[in-house]
Design a protein around this ligand. Structure first.
Ligand code: HEM
Length: 189
């Protein structure tokens, strides 16, 4: 693995582990209500952060398939399937305390976290397929993400990230900030 990928993975590992533990998605009593609340919270995070990322021309230039990587439509579809219609979604709270993402390095660090989540999403969607009887058409579109294309999409992302030559410290710092921002949004102090 390329050194920046190793550094990203190692530096963010404590954030990932803490979040995974707090989410506790595999708890036997994790209910459909808990799942809906989780999707609502993710919607409130992805909505502003994806708007910010897609508004950066330098990121669009570095990541030509950026629009395909947007997850908000999947979250919206899941919410609709679980009874939260489009009008109701517009009333949902959104996170205002976002990572800065003011340049290519920071944007890539942020995107690393969002793209990485789709790796874990493969395990998570399979779990909810069984435990809550949900599938990609009725509630797990977000966690299913790219589905069978997850490996190639991650490969393409990491290849472009490595080729970007972005400042490593800014990249890693932004990835950590993104994890922290999400954690604080999901679990306010
Ligand atoms: C209970 C929840 C979660 C589980 C079970 C989980 C599980 C996983 C798994 C299995 C991988 C793949 C590891 C590998 O193939 O090397 C992974 C990678 C990753 N996950 Fe999660 N994940 C969870 C939540 C999240 C969340 C909420 C985020 C961020 C929004 C996230 C960000 C990442 C990142 C950035 C990676 C890539 C690590 C790397 O290889 O560099 N995960 N996760």
């Amino acid at each position: 693995m390329n050194s920046i990928l190793i550094t990203l993975k190692q530096t963010t590992r404590p954030h990932h582990e803490r979040l995974e533990k707090k989410l506790d998605l595999f708890a036997p009593d994790f209910s459909q209500g808990d799942y809906l609340r989780l999707l609502i919270a993710f919607w409130g995070f992805y909505r502003p952060i994806e708007t910010r990322l897609t508004g950066l021309p330098e990121l669009r230039a570095c990541m030509p398939d950026m629009l395909r990587r947007i997850k908000l439509p999947l979250l919206s579809a899941d919410l609709r399937a679980l009874g939260v219609g489009s009008d109701a979604q517009e009333q949902l709270p959104v996170c205002r305390d976002l990572p800065v993402c003011d340049g290519l390095a920071a944007a890539l660090g942020c995107l690393y976290v969002l793209e990485g989540a789709s790796l874990g999403g493969q395990v998570i969607s399979r779990h909810f397929n069984h435990s809550l009887n949900l599938n990609a058409h009725n509630g797990t579109a977000f966690f299913t993400g790219y589905g069978a294309a997850t490996g190639p999409m991650w490969q393409a992302f990491t290849t472009r990230l490595m080729a970007a030559g972005a400042d490593e410290a800014a990249l890693v710092n932004s990835a950590c900030e993104t994890f922290l921002s999400l954690e604080q949004w999901l679990y306010p102090p």
